[in-house]
Design a protein around this ligand. Sequence first.
Ligand code: G6P
Length: 371
Amino acid sequence: AAAEKGGYDYFMLKEIAEQPKAVADTLLGHFQDGRIVLDEQRISDQDLRDIDKVFIVACGSAYHSGIVAKYAIEHWTRLPCEVEIASEFRYRDPVLDRSTLVVAISQSGETADTLEAVRHAKSQKARVLAVCNTNGSQIPREADAVLYTHAGPEIGVASTKAYLAQITANYLVGLALAQARGTKYPDEVAAEFRQLEKMPEAIQHVVDSLDPVREIARELAGSKSVLFLGRHVGYPTALEGALKLKELAYMHAEGFPAGELKHGPIALIEDDLPVFIVMPPVEGRGVLHSKLVSNVQEIRARGARTIVIAEEGDEAVRPLSDHFIPIPASTTLLQPLLATIPYQAFAAEVAAARGYDVDKPRNLAKSVTVE
Ligand code: G6P
């Protein structure tokens, strides 16, 4: 078993380290002759062009990857896009027809809630596109189009490399739709793909610089509660950070959109409460960046401990951070591929410090095949 873990104490740590490859392999072969290509397409180009609304359905971490996708899909395609927890979707009678695209995201391809959402969508004549890590599993079998993630088998129950691969595949779905609809010129699609191709190297850089995060984790392993804040795509990153900590360390954690702080969560801020914040990258700096700087100031003024993930050289926020975790530069939309990684390492280290099995958290299953 030690050999299978490739020298790591846990599969999860090995899988965190495999993320540059998971992302690179997911991109591989999906840009050919200047066009984004899906793995399977049983829907005509014309029908794809006629899509006028997108719903994303998924559970757990896959759902968080779907929130990232919403920001990219709406920005690139100008299609309205909603993201929904799969177990809620079919029970509220969503408005679906043949020009609706339902994107189902699932690592296993067997999650019952997601599968039932797919079946409901199909019964209402909607088109279904699956983003899946498991060849031949049920969800891609029932879908009209498929894009496979190539994370390889994931053993750790808490998703890491499959999550980054899902985010990567979701971007490709967004670009494929933009290309079909003509909301992006071919050279713009190519330029976005080239940005994506740069990410494995940046991911490697983050993976290689996680020791300070582990040190912070050991220091904070006794905390009662941890908050995670972010805006734009930093918001789903906050949700994922909180989920990882709940799943692995059995610690109360919540992720919020930072703008909501003043509408409630600020009441939770007290002395020494650890608060993680993801800053938008320099490219997106402007209104959101300065609003987040103000949030960090407010949190700090109330005695909480600020742990800030920001682009290297973000000097506006560094002096306000009790702990500053630098990540490489990226475009705003692609930043979750980098900013999520410290949260994975943090949760794994807190769990290990508390004496828990990082790969097999209590009460959780890798794939949940009952509704
Ligand atoms: C379970 C796992 C989660 C996962 C979720 C969705 O709850 O513990 O890690 O995110 O299922 O799984 P899927 O296979 O559909 O991506």
